[in-house]
Design a protein around this ligand. Structure first.
Ligand SMILES: Nc1ncnc2c1ncn2[C@@H]1O[C@H](COP(=O)(O)OP(=O)(O)OP(=O)(O)O)[C@@H](O)[C@H]1O
Ligand SMILES: N[C@@H](CCO)C(=O)O
Length: 308
């Protein structure tokens, strides 16, 4: 890569209701790193939100990159770079900002250290770093991913037949850290609860894989793994769900650990459903997101200008 180059990583939603920690989808918001050789490492946030993040080696991007570099026998110290960090993925809203940073960091080391990591290797490294695969896998692969991350192995299926659907996102002004949102989760399920919860998840997967959006939307609203426990942290979830369904949405779910809610909708109805939801939650940002089929990419600045 010549003097200046770019890493572009899509945002992601995850869970999609009952696909807890195992289903993710990339959406058309992006983290973009512009990387230039320099005499020391420096991370410059290009938005007010990102300007609040560390500029040095305590930035998550460097922390993840350095951990991988050391494991691969690469010394980042010897290859300092200036990294301009731009992103329209809000922090702590359930749209995978930290996951996009983890994936970007892996791409950074892969490029600087000329590691030639495969997508599967990037997936494994990112899933081990994040602790679950849903957001990071969607950011690596793009599209829809359905997978299982276990101590010994990470497996997934990648789906990119996602025509005719969009998401109406309701992004509240308040933050909800994933770490906080995971603290309220139920630790134990009875056999009957586990069987019912997994039956809903299995049917969601089958519906997504066969583009049966009506059935997928129904299953998205029947989660038993996490949304009930989290509804106290995101009080508007039921209100949005009811209003979105009345306006023609397939279904509404908590995006990742929240607080953003996503309503899966027919593309042609997206604008009308967004207007209906804006009425219901006037203080939140209501916006339309589309599935993003392109996963993380590294390119020179000429190619980068074509991506916009
Ligand atoms: N684009 C980024 N660049 C550098 N560091 C980031 C970036 N996004 C997130 N981080 C780091 O990760 C931490 C957690 O990220 P975030 O605040 O987005 O919450 P989250 O709950 O992990 O994820 P989500 O964004 O899905 O809600 C942040 O406090 C920040 O230190
Ligand atoms: N599956 C994770 C996603 C976090 O972004 C959770 O729900 O906690």
């Amino acid at each position: 890569m010549n003097d200046m180059w770019m890493i572009r990583v899509p945002a992601s939603t995850s869970n999609l209701g009952p696909g807890f920690d195992s289903i993710g989808m990339a959406v058309d918001r992006f983290l973009e790193l512009t990387v230039t050789p320099a005499d020391q490492w420096f991370f410059k946030g290009c938005t007010p939100e990102l300007e609040s993040l560390p500029t040095g080696k305590d930035n998550l991007l460097y922390e993840v990159a350095d951990k991988l570099a050391r494991a691969q026998g690469v010394s980042l110290e010897e290859f300092p770079h200036h990294v301009a960090v731009d992103s329209n993925i809000p922090l702590a809203r359930g749209l995978g900002s930290s996951a996009s940073a983890i994936v970007a960091a892996i791409e950074l080391v892969n490029q600087i250290g000329q590691l030639n990591l495969s997508k599967e290797e990037k997936l494994r490294i990112a899933s081990l770093e994040e602790g679950h695969l849903d957001n990071v896998a969607a950011s690596v692969y793009g599209g829809l991913i359905i997978g299982s991350h276990r101590e010994e192995c990470t497996d997934l299926i990648h789906i990119d037949k996602l025509d005719d659907i969009a998401f109406v996102a309701v992004i509240p002004t308040y933050e909800l850290k994933t770490s906080e949102s995971r603290k309220v989760l139920q630790d134990h399920f009875s056999r009957q609860e586990a069987v019912e919860a997994s039956s809903v998840a299995n049917t969601l997967v089958a519906a997504l894989c066969t583009t049966n959006w009506v059935l997928a939307g129904k299953m998205m609203e029947l989660d038993l793994f996490h949304e009930k426990a989290r509804s106290a942290l995101v009080p508007e979830l039921q209100l949005v769900r009811k209003a979105a369904k009345a306006a023609g949405a397939y279904g509404t779910f908590l995006s990742g650990a929240g607080p953003t809610t996503l309503s899966m909708v027919p593309v042609k109805a997206a604008q009308d459903i967004a207007a209906a939801l804006h009425e219901v939650v006037p203080n939140a940002e209501v916006t339309i997101l589309k599935p993003e089929l392109q996963g993380a990419t590294v390119c020179d600045m000429k190619e980068a200008s074509l991506l916009k």
